[in-house]
Design a protein around this ligand. Structure first.
Ligand code: SAH
Ligand code: DHB
Ligand code: MG
Length: 221
């Protein structure tokens, strides 16, 4: 009903809080040209992630779901010199487009794209015994969301922040009988989150140019 209004307000927010940004606009344009699904975070959401990382002083960032690297660029710009973003992507074509966008943004040195299913690359990361991640953005498929979150907590430390995208699905999340695999995946994650004593969390529903959705935020205890 109000999609046009939400989009217009997003345009207004962009004019106030974002302005023009050559690297991000080039990344979006490349995603459109490659006909990738239009599911990158919005500019305002990207900047929210960026500001969260800076406010927290996070240096080591994990992202699950790279697509064209749009959110990755926002995250990588927020870390200080010596900081690092590890981003996990299963689709080789998406990873290639992201690599070019990241190069164009001048951020190749601080971003590592790991190709493969996150169900495989997450345990590999854990086995490497790297220092924990300060901030994780979970934005891949929803069917394995509960598993991704579990790994994100494992790879965190007390004080780490985990953001999980797309947990409202146009309100579909409240339908306990939904057969939509995305809704089922989110509901399975939410039920686990409710019982997870390792974190304290909230969920925010959002409206934007990308419709009605929302994100969860968890603080690792
Ligand atoms: N974070 C991006 C959008 C990610 S879209 C942004 O906001 O700019 C979701 C991505 O997750 C897609 O590129 C998809 O290929 C990837 N993905 C889907 N299943 C995956 C899996 N099992 N492991 C890793 N990545 C996966
Ligand atoms: C979808 C996936 C996303 O990550 C997103 O932000 C919006 C929509 C989707 O698969 O429909
Ligand atoms: Mg998303």
């Amino acid at each position: 009903m109000s999609q046009e209004l939400w989009t217009n307000v997003d345009d207004y927010i962009n004019s106030i809080a974002i302005g023009t940004d050559a690297a991000l606009e080039a990344a979006s344009a490349a995603a459109v040209a490659a006909q990738l699904p239009p599911i990158s975070v919005t500019p305002a959401y990207g900047k929210l992630l960026h500001l969260m990382v800076r406010a927290q002083g996070a240096q080591r960032i994990l992202e699950i779901g790279t697509l064209a690297g749009y959110s990755t660029i926002w995250l990588a710009r927020a870390v200080p010199p010596g900081g690092r973003v590890v981003t996990l992507e299963s689709n080789e074509r998406h990873a290639g487009i992201a690599r070019a966008n990241i190069e164009r943004a001048g951020l190749t040195g601080r971003i590592e794209i790991r190709l493969g299913s996150a169900l495989v690359t997450l345990p590999q990361l854990a086995a490497e015994q790297q220092p924990p991640f300060d901030f994780t953005f979970v934005d891949a498929d929803r069917t394995n969301l509960a598993e991704y979150f579990d790994w994100a907590v494992t790879l965190s430390h007390p004080g780490s922040v985990i953001i999980v995208d797309n947990v409202v699905r146009k309100g579909g999340v409240i339908d306990a009988s939904s057969e939509d695999p995305n809704v089922k995946g989110v509901r399975r994650f939410n039920d686990r989150l409710k019982a997870d004593t390792r974190v304290t969390a909230t969920m925010m529903q959002t409206v934007s140019a990308k419709g009605h959705d929302g994100f969860a935020m968890a603080l690792v205890l």
